[in-house]
Design a protein around this ligand. Structure first.
Ligand code: F3S
Length: 406
């Protein structure tokens, strides 16, 4: 791989041991994958924040780096943690989780990261079309590539951190235009009408194609951005898909027409197939009365928060069911009290900074959860043993688990 003189000097240690090691990691990844050179990034997004998944090894690594004075070179944002910064005790997070969790977030801050603690950084720092960035967090990767048209490969927590420290990534895979073209066409005879259904469609399709197939979808109606976010998060969950297109809609498929793509392998998906897929999943999760309803995987947008608020106006949660809405702090601050009030009045709670999948749910007395996200539906049982999860749309959740105030 070609390295310029400056990059060679960094490898030799000119910018310190950690920066040299970080660049070495990226060079090795690049060599393995056939990259010919490194390229600069304008920003990054780092995962590996929750103590539940990162654990003590990551905590020690981050604290060691921070102690040595390492700083990120680019604007770097970070994923949600396993609890909110404030109010974690009230929702039942145990101190033996909270203490190391706070140290992880503090270490990222010392490294110079912006600790937004959200998996939807594009809502407040949207990258531009064509911008080269380094994102970890599969749902965010899929969104920025597909819906915004920025360019990132699928990074893990360590190489995203290395990219943030060096400001470089290997030029390969989805950074090259030739690898961003659609390879499989997915024709649907319906347009999902909820995020839950979009994410389920993504989960279904992701399980049927290869990770670099860059599927291109056709829908009878234009999906909104919330639907595209959910579709991408489902695709990334089951198929590690990092880029999809929607014919005539997403930035890199706006000017394409079906006739341009007739050479592609294509398959059709009916609403019936998705319903069957859902029914099979439902029968596994049984019909449960939830302890908790978790909305916001990925974190909700301003528009989604307003929609939830509108739908909850004049309603109350049934029994002792909890409703937690996982939202970026910046969005919560932006919407104002008139949006938050109906949610709180109904008995719901906004939980910022937090990912429901990597929260210590199993230590918080929660055994049954209803979600509206195929990603949360797939991952919560894997990461929180013994927790039973069901998938419903937002409307189903509101109809079933809330009642009108009389
Ligand atoms: Fe975000 Fe956690 Fe879901 S990081 S996409 S809320 S699994």
């Amino acid at each position: 791989m070609y390295l310029n003189r400056k990059e060679e000097r960094i490898l030799e240690g000119e910018a310190g041991e950690i920066t040299a090691k970080s660049l070495k990691l990226l060079v090795e990844i690049g060599k393995q994958k056939g990259a010919e050179e490194l390229v600069s990034i304008s920003r990054s997004h780092i995962s590996g924040v929750s103590y539940k998944t990162a654990g003590f090894p990551m905590l020690y690594l981050l604290e060691d780096m921070a102690e040595k004075g390492v700083k990120v070179k680019t604007k770097a944002t970070v994923n949600p943690s396993g609890m909110p910064r404030r109010g974690w005790k009230v929702i039942g997070v145990p101190s033996n989780f909270a203490n190391p969790q706070r140290r992880i977030v503090a270490a990222y801050r010392k490294l110079g990261c912006e600790t937004i603690l959200s998996c939807t950084p594009y809502y407040f720092y949207p990258p531009k079309k064509g911008e080269i960035i380094a994102f970890a967090e599969s749902s965010a990767i899929c969104y920025v590539n597909s819906v915004i048209g920025a360019k990132t490969n699928r990074h893990g927590s360590l190489d995203a951190l290395a990219a943030s420290i060096t400001g470089k990534v290997p030029k390969m895979e989805l950074l090259l235009d030739k690898n961003r073209k659609p390879k499989v066409m997915v024709k649907t005879n319906f347009t999902p009408d909820s995020s839950a259904e979009f994410s389920l469609l993504g989960l279904y399709v992701g399980g049927k194609i290869q990770k670099d197939d860059n599927p291109i979808f056709t829908f009878p109606r234009h999906p909104n951005k919330g639907g595209l976010k959910a579709l991408g998060s489902g695709l990334a969950t089951s198929g590690a898909i990092a880029l999809f297109h929607v014919l005539g809609i997403t930035p890199e498929a706006k000017d394409l027409e079906e006739v341009d793509l007739k050479h592609l392998e294509s398959f059709e998906i009916t609403e019936g197939a998705i319903q069957e897929f859902l029914e099979a999943k439902k029968s596994k999760s049984k019909r449960i009365i939830p302890d908790l309803i978790a909305i916001g995987c990925p974190h909700v947008s301003e528009r989604e928060l307003e929609e939830i608020s509108r739908k909850l106006r004049g309603r109350n949660l049934r029994g002792s069911i909890k409703l937690w809405i996982f939202a970026p702090n910046a969005i919560v601050k932006r919407v104002g009290r008139e949006v938050l009030k109906p949610i709180e009045k109904a008995g719901g709670r906004i939980v910022p900074d937090t990912c429901p999948v990597v929260a210590p749910i199993d230590q918080m007395g929660i055994e049954k959860i209803v979600v509206n996200s195929a990603k949360a539906f797939s991952y919560i049982p894997r990461l929180s043993k013994g927790v039973n999860v069901a998938l419903n749309s937002l409307d189903e959740i509101i109809n079933r688990w809330t009642k009108e105030v009389t």
